[in-house]
Every structure is written in structure tokens, then in C-alpha cells.
Design a protein around this ligand. Structure first.
Ligand code: ARG
Length: 464
């Protein structure tokens, strides 16, 4: 066996260049993928254990390699490891260090595998746990939302369509809409796990290997469910990267929607919520200002998430099978998306704990825009045997009348109402009560207080 020239690239026997500074900088991904060191070492340990079980390497070599890998893990986690750009990536950095620690027998570690399957194995393990971490943070956020909803079941506000006052709702019902949204996000991240549960290790560069390896063994050892089916597909596939980036984008988009809404509600024009000093920022010139910068940050970051998703889609577009260097960028993209989303979720959780609804103002605003008009139309259908269209016309006439007289619907007298619909009785006046209006929406999923209470209970149980 030729002696390993340890400070040179693995391929230095074949390729006679040292790589210019620029090429080294471009080609090297160590600054990014060193984050995968734990996964890489776990993958290598499973691999050599399998090689030993299959009698491809000896007991002694296996133990030496595992000893070296454990030492390297320790060196990295205690920041004693020197990462070198000239060894490109985390895989080569670890392999090179293994040679330094255990000598020539390190050369057995790469039997029957390639960096192509190695990197996806590491990456899939990493993304699997990233999905799980995001689900945990989402759960925390859902809990905070439920807590706020519980305190606001009878907080009445206008529900908007087209940002115009539409019908009265409970603020808790609005919050529970976000519980649904974030629960769907959770499901989306959870659904990603199935594809991530396929073990790439052992497909080697692109063909599989002539060594008698046992992929089911490494599958089990590394916590995957099954080995991937096709070696070419395995090293080419980055669908699991797209799934993650898409899930992050959707979740981030959801946060941007609520952030935008809270920004609007916090404006002087609406004044529906108050943000505590913990989550606002001042202005350098206007001493009076308290700006919702954090909410704006959340809204803005959605742009980066979409950008990351589109970067990856574009990298993959038209890329032939199987491995190309183009794919190396996938890690930077995923890490950025992941880190930003985790930050955003944590910030959003803080925001949930640091704003209060301005209940008085919510109710006051709900008194503008004839929010109970639909209740009146429903009342006419139920009590005066009219079709809904007929009742709609009658109600429109009543709203016109109120508007002409600069009154809200609940300020109209029975005498005035009877001028438009003589059949009306005193009974009708209760439909203009906002609380009644909210509480009358008892259809499943509607805003009645009972419905909301039941939904909160259901989610509280689920999230325990
Ligand atoms: N650092 C590389 C990446 O992340 C590992 C795979 C390298 N494979 C290769 N054939 N050059 O993509």
C-alpha cells in the first residue's frame, strides 16, 4: 500500500495541482457543512460496523476506526479540531484527521461508499431532526395562541373581508384560525419525514457496490425505515430538500400574514392591539415612535425563505442525473432557511406573549359598517318566511335607510324599521346585538362562544 500523503488531497496521486486559492475557496464547503459532523460520524460508525459484520473489514480495524471517530467527535465538539479548507468538506476533513489519529488503517473507512451517498445520509439525518425541532417550536407557539384565545372568548371585534368590516367575530375565533394554520404546518413538516426515512448509505457513487454490504443493517442503525431503491436516483435526488424548503416557505408565509395583520391593527388608524415595549423599537428622529419592527422582520424574512426555495428549484432544473457539484449548495440553503424559521417562530411566540387586544376599541369598531346586516337578513328568512334573496334586498333597504339617517342599525327604532318591513316586531331588535350575533354562529366551525370553547379544549388535549 502506498503511504498516504496526509497533507494533500486524497486524489493527489492522480491530479497534480494544489488548487489555486480561488479554486479552493470556491470548491470548499467546510465552513458550511462542518455543521454535519455528528451525522457524518454516526454514518461512518454505522458503516464500519456493517463492514465488520459482513466480514469486509477486521474487528481490529473496525475498533480502531470507531475509536478515532469518537475522538474526532470529541475534538470537534470541544472546538479543538482544526477544519482545513484544502480538504474541501466535512467528510474529507474527518477522514484526513482519522489518518492522523489511527494511521493507515483509516484507509478502510471508505470501502463501499462514496461522498455522494455519505453526504445525503448526513443531510437526511440532519433534516429529519430539523423537521422535528420545528414541530416542537410550532407546538410551543400553538400553546401560546391557545392561552391567548382562552382569555378572549368573549372579546368581540369586527371580522374583515377586503379589510372592510364584515361580520362580528370573537377575537379568540380569529386566533383559533391560526391554530388551524400552524397545525397544518406541523402536519406538513411531519409528512416530510417519510421520504427522509429512506437510507441512502451504500449506493456509493451512483451504481451501488460490489462489496457484500448490508444496507438493511445501516438502515436500522441510523434510524431510517428502509433503504432507497435505486442508486442513481439516490445520489441525484434532492426532493427532500425541496419539501423542507417548501414547508419552511409556507410556514413563513403564514407568519407574514399574521404579522402584517398585527402591524395594521397596531397602527393608529385601527388601534386594535397594543404591543408591549419588549417588542417595539424607537425612531432615531421621532421621539414619540414605537415601531413594530419585529413584526416587520417576520414579514420580510418570508422573502428570503421563498428565495431559498427558488434557488434550489433553479439549481435542480435541467440537471442531469446523477451527482454534480451544483448540488453542494443545498446545505447552505437549507441551513439558512431552517435558522431563519426557527428565529421567526421564537420571535412570534414572544409577540404572542407581549401584545394585548384593545377590547374597547375592538367593540367600538365593530359598531361601524352595519356588521349585523346579515343577521337581520337571516332573521327575516327564519321569522317571516322570505327567501334569502328577498331578505337580502329588504335588509339592503334598511341599511340604506340607516346610512341616509346617519345611524347604526342598532340605533333604528321599531317604527323606522316597520316603514320598510311592516311585518317586523319588537323581537327583531335583538339581532342588532353584537354578542348575540357572534353567539348565533353555532354551525360547526363558526364563531359562537360554545364552538370556540370546544375547539380550544380539543387542541389543548391534543397539544398536551
Ligand atoms: N461536499 C460534497 C457535497 O456536498 C460532497 C459530495 C462530493 N462528491 C463529489 N463527487 N465531488 O456535495
Amino acid at each position: 500500500m502506498t503511504k498516504n500523503k496526509n497533507n494533500q488531497a486524497i486524489w493527489s496521486t492522480r491530479i497534480k495541482n494544489n488548487g489555486s486559492g480561488l479554486f479552493q475557496r470556491i470548491g470548499s464547503s467546510i465552513d458550511i457543512d462542518k455543521r454535519l459532523y455528528r451525522e457524518d460520524i454516526a454514518g461512518s460508525i454505522a458503516h464500519v460496523e456493517m463492514l465488520f459484520k459482513q466480514k469486509i473489514i477486521s474487528f481490529k480495524v473496525k475498533n480502531k476506526i470507531i475509536y478515532g471517530l469518537n475522538k474526532i467527535r470529541n475534538e470537534i465538539s470541544t472546538k479543538k479540531f482544526e477544519f482545513k479548507k484544502r480538504y474541501e468538506d466535512i467528510h474529507m476533513n474527518i477522514e484526513k484527521r482519522l489518518f492522523e489519529i489511527i494511521g493507515e488503517e483509516a484507509g478502510y473507512i471508505h470501502t463501499g461508499r462514496s461522498r455522494n451517498d455519505q453526504v445525503i445520509t448526513d443531510f437526511k439525518i440532519w433534516i429529519k431532526s430539523a423537521n422535528k425541532e420545528i414541530i416542537i417550536v410550532l407546538n410551543r407557539m400553538i400553546k401560546s395562541t391557545l392561552r391567548l384565545a382562552e382569555k378572549n372568548i368573549d372579546t368581540i371585534m369586527p371580522g374583515f373581508t377586503h379589510l372592510k368590516n364584515a361580520q362580528a367575530i370573537s377575537f379568540a375565533h380569529y386566533l383559533m384560525a391560526y391554530v388551524e394554520i400552524f397545525s397544518r404546518d406541523k402536519k406538513r413538516f411531519n409528512n416530510n419525514l417519510d421520504n427522509l426515512d429512506e437510507n441512502p448509505l451504500g449506493v456509493a457513487a451512483l451504481t451501488g457496490t460490489s462489496f457484500n454490504i448490508d444496507r438493511n443493517y445501516t438502515t436500522k442503525k441510523l434510524g431510517f425505515k428502509r433503504p432507497t431503491n435505486n442508486s442513481i436516483d439516490t445520489v441525484s435526488d434532492r426532493d427532500f430538500v425541496l419539501d423542507f424548503l417548501y414547508s419552511v416557505s409556507v410556514c413563513s408565509m403564514h407568519i407574514s400574514r399574521i404579522a402584517e395583520e398585527l402591524i395594521i391593527w397596531n397602527s393608529e388608524g385601527f388601534n386594535l392591539i397594543n404591543l408591549s415595549d419588549k417588542i417595539v423599537t424607537g425612531s432615531s428622529i421621532m421621539p414619540q415612535k414605537k415601531n413594530p419592527d419585529l413584526l416587520e422582520y417576520l414579514r420580510g424574512k418570508t422573502g428570503s425563505s421563498y428565495g431559498n426555495l427558488f434557488s434550489m428549484l433553479t439549481i435542480l432544473k435541467g440537471l442531469p442525473l446523477s451527482y454534480f457539484k451544483d448540488l453542494q449548495d443545498d446545505k447552505e440553503i437549507i441551513f439558512k432557511s431552517n435558522d431563519t424559521l426557527i428565529d421567526c417562530l421564537k420571535i412570534f411566540d414572544e409577540i404572542l406573549k407581549n401584545f394585548t387586544p384593545n377590547k374597547k376599541r375592538m367593540l367600538e369598531l365593530a359598531n361601524y359598517g352595519h356588521l349585523t346586516a346579515t343577521d337581520l337578513a337571516d332573521y327575516l328568512v327564519k321569522n317571516h318566511s322570505m327567501s334569502f334573496r328577498k331578505a337580502y334586498q329588504k335588509t339592503a333597504n334598511i341599511v340604506n335607510f340607516a346610512e341616509r339617517n346617519k345611524k347604526n342599525l342598532n340605533q333604528l327604532t321599531l317604527v323606522e324599521l316597520k316603514k320598510i318591513e311592516p311585518k317586523l316586531t319588537i323581537d327583531v331588535l335583538k339581532v342588532f346585538d353584537l354578542k348575540n350575533s357572534v353567539n348565533s354562529k353555532k354551525s360547526y366551525g363558526g364563531t359562537s362562544f360554545e364552538n370556540i370553547k370546544k375547539m380550544i379544549m380539543k387542541y389543548k388535549k391534543k397539544n398536551d
